[in-house]
Write a protein that binds this ligand. Structure first.
Ligand SMILES: [Zn+2]
Length: 460
């Protein structure tokens, strides 16, 4: 079977892969600060014979690790950043390793390692079968900040790719052709004039007033944008005490929609609202662009291929212990567990997924910066079961599963799926031609334009 050498190799290298995943999980790092993870991944892939470039596309913790030569060129899109406030032990109750610290509440330790495992396995298949083509593992920093891949794209890191694949840990085995939203993330910093709020209010120009008027304007804007637009904000600085007119205030916004164009349109109008608020309050506003990415645009040809690979590779059964662990976690979020079961038509006693891989078409109002890669080359995006049914995205439950044997099994399964996916493409380049045909149809003559404005550099 095409891919079987790769699958054997992944099994043989399982201890090293588990060690890598555990190292990333137990040392969670913020976006653009993935130094330890970057070092561990680079060392392992160098040892495996990959040509490793650290700092791909000008992003210091990004990795591009290449094996082979010529076409097809397949990209495997890893991510390894963690989330603030989600430190968690492997436990069925909320129990941080360190209160308030970072944790892998999105399972990027599994995400990264699955892609590493896939290229290690596939490299062995290429070597033994003399397969032509190039495989590239990418470690893409700061996915959670929705800016890592756009910056890598701007720096040219993905040039020359024919197709790509991205796996994300989740609840069931599915290759998705649904759409996730495009997004812009920005802060409005207002500067006013401080004054005693009771004795000399006439001398004050309140930056907080400007924030509040921006929010009012934004809430009126909601009526006049297309129904897929999502606008959410949080005031990150609203002054210190009531009796001092705040001379500084800040509000942080996300704008999302199912197309880049709709995000840009709403973004420009929000900037005008903030400028209007500044004019009304006689304050000044500065716009800080924090992140932005494309909506996802999935390729049906490649999604079908992933689903086929899912169904050719046997999924490891869950142990009794793993099922009771998941059941205990589901008790913590029963509504979320019930919603997942209803969405996928699963029985009420399902706590961990073990079933056929499917191509599904659910849209998501969340965002992922794989959308940018999808607007450069045809890309498959898929999930495997790595958590209990009720684990919310970005949660301590997710972090708990990502450090457990449940996440490990889902990760190894994903590595094998991607290795077989790659082997199938290397053996039959007509898949690339069909995927590209669909891609060209979807793009309809448009070209990718990095959402990050030119003046915005790599965050420190
Ligand atoms: Zn994630």
């Amino acid at each position: 079977m095409i891919g079987s050498i790769a699958i054997q190799e992944i099994e043989a290298k399982r201890p090293a892969l588990d060690a890598l995943s555990q190292a990333i999980w137990s040392h969670p790092e913020a976006g653009f600060h993935e130094y330890e993870a970057c070092k561990n991944v680079s060392e392992l892939l160098r040892k495996e014979g990959f040509q490793v470039e650290v700092g791909a596309g000008g992003v210091p913790t990004a990795i591009k690790a290449t094996f082979g030569s010529g076409h097809p060129v397949i990209g495997f899109m890893g991510e390894f950043d963690a989330l603030p406030g989600l430190s968690q032990k492997v436990s069925t109750v909320k129990d941080p390793v360190e209160e308030g610290a970072y944790g892998h509440g999105c399972g990027h330790n599994l995400l990264c390692t699955a892609h590493v495992g896939a290229v290690i396995g596939l490299k062995e298949e290429m070597r033994r079968q003399n397969l032509p083509g190039t495989i590239i593992f990418y470690a893409c920093p700061a996915e959670e900040l929705l800016i890592g891949k756009p910056l890598m794209a701007r720096g040219g890191a993905f040039e020359g790719l024919d197709v790509a694949v991205n796996f994300h840990p989740n609840k069931i085995s599915e290759a998705t052709v649904g759409v996730s939203t495009a997004v812009n993330s920005m802060k409005f910093h207002f500067k006013g004039r401080s004054s005693h709020a009771a004795n000399a209010p006439e001398n004050g120009r309140s930056a907080l007033d400007a924030v509040e008027l921006t929010d009012i304007g934004a809430n009126y804007l909601r009526e006049h944008v297309s129904s897929d637009v999502r606008i959410h904000y949080t005031i990150t600085d609203g002054g210190v005490v009531p009796n001092v007119v705040p001379d500084k205030a800040c509000v942080w916004y996300y704008v999302r929609a199912f197309s880049r164009e709709a995000v840009e349109n709403a973004y420009e109008r929000l900037v005008k609202i903030a400028q209007g608020a500044a004019m009304m309050t006689e304050t000044e506003v500065e716009v800080e662009f924090l992140g932005g990415c494309y909506n996802t645009m999935n390729n049906h040809v490649l999604a079908e291929l992933v689903a086929e690979c899912m169904n050719r590779i046997p999924q490891e059964p869950w142990t009794e212990e793993e099922i009771s662990f998941a059941a205990a976690l589901d008790e913590q979020s029963p509504d979320s567990a019930a919603a997942t079961r209803a969405k996928y038509g699963l029985s009420p006693d399902t706590h961990l997924y073990c079933g056929p891989g499917k191509v599904t078409n659910f849209n998501s109002y969340g965002s992922t910066d794989i959308g940018d890669v999808m607007h450069l080359v045809p890309t498959a995006y898929f999930f495997t079961g790595c958590t209990n049914m009720g684990a919310p995205a970005h949660s301590w439950q997710f972090a708990s599963c990502a450090g457990s044997s449940i996440g490990e099994k889902g990760m190894i399964y994903a590595a094998k799926i991607m290795a077989m996916y790659g082997a199938r493409i290397l053996n039959d380049p007509s898949i690339v031609a069909r995927a590209k045909e669909e891609f060209d149809r979807q793009m309809a003559g448009k070209t990718y334009k990095c959402p990050v404005p030119d003046h915005v550099g790599i965050p420190k």
